[in-house]
Design a protein around this ligand. Structure first.
Ligand code: G1P
Length: 302
């Protein structure tokens, strides 16, 4: 099914310093989560939602992402010659039906600046933004972006944001929204980037998926860099809301947990969750987990 929004921008330029040394010479978006690199779940999610064109905003050291999505006929021939049909299936994602383009953010100047690199790609059309280091739902099979695109068109919105409640001690990692109402779709009055626990106006966090009208570009340009020199996307969205634009929140469902792979503990948790849910290897992983848990609880009980 087609998505009412055809274009998606996927920023993958972040340095991944919180995942060093794993990210010293490879992009964090290429780290595996069970059987696939993180960014493959993101591209598959967008393809399933009916997006047609995808722009990756890359940066220094991100060439592995381009290599991953490039069809590799020599590898396919080798697998076919060896009769390894099961492994050939693993390369089916090379034909997602997406038209993939790349551009490069040469200086890491924040998420807002990365999105600005999508301006000539999206032109006057609305577009989706899906962060390349976060997966929505176990197996990454959420249709949230299509729901958001439908809401965007139906409500003639300027911005639609996926949101999800987080524990109070996690608000400092996210954009946090102030909303009117508590249904599945609601108006967002304002939002603040990574507030302290005391200052957070709610526990509703921006969850790595957005839909924008091209109006956002002008407002990103007006954002003043923060103290780290970064242009925050959240600041441009707040400007839309403050100027009376329609900024809507779409709540992610219970089965649409956001797996954030930006730091070690959440990367470990994500890997475990996805490995345990693997259709082929999940049972074996789960019994191994039970064994190691027993071992740890025996040791801790001593
Ligand atoms: C970014 C956004 C933040 C959002 C988060 C998760 O932060 O700036 O508002 O909540 O992604 O979607 P980052 O995790 O890149 O620091």
């Amino acid at each position: 099914m087609e998505c009412p929004i055809a274009n998606a921008v996927v920023p993958v330029a972040g340095l991944g310093t919180r995942l060093l040394p794993a990210t010293k010479s490879q992009p964090k978006e290429m780290l595996p989560v069970a059987r696939k690199p993180i960014v493959q779940y993101v591209a598959e999610e967008l393809a399933r939602c009916g997006v047609r064109n995808l722009l990756f905003v890359t940066g220094r050291g991100k060439a592995a992402i381009e290599n991953h999505f490039d069809p590799d006929p020599a590898l396919t021939r080798t697998l076919r010659a060896a009769g390894k049909t099961d492994l050939q299936v693993a390369l089916d994602f090379e034909r997602l039906g997406l038209n993939i383009l790349y551009t490069r953010q040469s200086v890491p100047r924040g998420l807002g600046d990365a999105i600005l690199h999508g301006e000539s790609f999206t032109g006057r059309e609305p577009f989706i933004v899906a962060l390349g280091d976060s997966v929505i739902g176990l197996r990454g099979d959420s249709l949230a972006c299509r729901r958001m695109a439908e809401t965007f068109v139906r409500r003639r919105a300027d911005v639609v944001i996926a949101v999800r409640e987080v524990p109070r001690d996690h608000v400092r990692f996210y954009g946090i929204v102030v909303s009117d109402g508590d249904g599945d779709t609601f108006r967002i009055r304002t939002l603040v980037e990574k507030p302290s626990t005391q200052d957070a106006p709610s526990r509703l966090a921006v969850a790595g998926r957005y839909a924008f009208s091209p109006r956002i570009f002008g407002l990103i340009r007006e954002v003043r860099p923060d103290r780290r020199g970064e242009i925050q996307l959240t600041d441009a969205i707040r400007a839309v809301a403050e100027q009376g634009g329609t900024v809507l929140g779409v709540r992610l469902g219970a089965d649409e947990k956001r797996y954030d792979v930006g730091n070690m503990p959440s990367y470990f948790e994500t890997f475990l969750d996805f490995a345990a849910a693997d259709p082929d290897h999940g049972p074996r992983v789960r019994s191994h987990m039970r064994r190691i848990l027993r071992r740890y609880s025996n040791e801790e009980g001593r």
